[in-house]
Design a binder for this molecule. Structure first.
Ligand SMILES: N[C@@H](CCC(=O)N[C@@H](CS)C(=O)NCC(=O)O)C(=O)O
Length: 207
């Protein structure tokens, strides 16, 4: 059975858990990471030298990096609807997965660490304001895209990209500051609530 290593309050672990629900993959999970077993233990470092969760072990095939894990699971467990075989459609899904990891995810870190984690190391009002401004700029890009598709981030159908992007929208609404009105994002969030994977793993953690 697929083994998942990582605490389920981590946004990156929750991506994998949500994907397993979408793909109907049974799994076992072990708690590792902040608050649980340390990822600096040699046994964990042997699986992921970055000391980060999630890691999966699929019948001896060990893999880390959450978005790579999503792509692997979709390809291996055959949900073409989540990760299309058509090269251009697949590239569109990849575009939004990579955008979430490289741009959106980076934009919120200062604001999230200060306002949700309440970490004194991040408590700099000027930097928090800059982070919110940058985060909002990316969320407006998402708003525009969702207005265009009228449904999901890569088009009319739910895809693998909606997992990282949906978790990001959860983080947006869960971070306390004055949010601008983004009606297509709000409607998207409601649409995601209809999915079992989102209800189970999309909105239950803090990380
Ligand atoms: N690029 C990595 C980032 C993973 C990451 O940042 N994981 C965090 C939790 S969200 C972590 O392992 N933190 C250390 C810990 O929990 O001990 C991925 O997407 O898998």
């Amino acid at each position: 059975m697929l083994k998942i290593y990582g605490r389920d309050n981590s946004i990156n672990v929750r991506k994998v858990l949500w994907a397993c629900v979408e793909l109907g993959i049974p799994f076992e999970r072990e708690d590792w990471g902040s608050g649980f077993r340390s990822t600096s233990e040699p046994a964990f470092l042997a699986m992921n030298p970055n000391a980060m969760v999630p890691v999966i072990d699929d019948g001896g095939f060990v893999l880390w990096e959450s978005n790579t894990i999503l792509r692997y699971l979709a390809a291996q467990y055959g949900a073409a609807s989540l990760y299309p075989a058509d090269v251009r459609q697949r590239a569109r899904v990849d575009q939004w997965i990579d955008w979430q990891a490289s741009d959106l995810n980076r934009s919120w870190s200062q604001a999230f660490m200060a306002l949700v984690r309440k970490s004194p190391d991040y408590d700099d009002a000027r930097l928090v304001a800059a982070s919110i401004a940058n985060w909002t700029r990316y969320m407006r890009v998402l708003e525009q895209q969702l207005q265009h598709t009228g449904a999901y981030v890569a088009g009319a159908d739910f895809s693998l990209a909606d997992i990282p992007v949906g978790l990001s929208v959860n983080r947006w609404f869960g971070t306390p500051f004055e949010h601008p009105d983004l009606p297509a994002v709000a409607a998207y969030y409601e649409r995601l609530r209809g999915r079992e994977g989102f209800r189970l793993y999309g909105c239950n953690g803090q990380a």
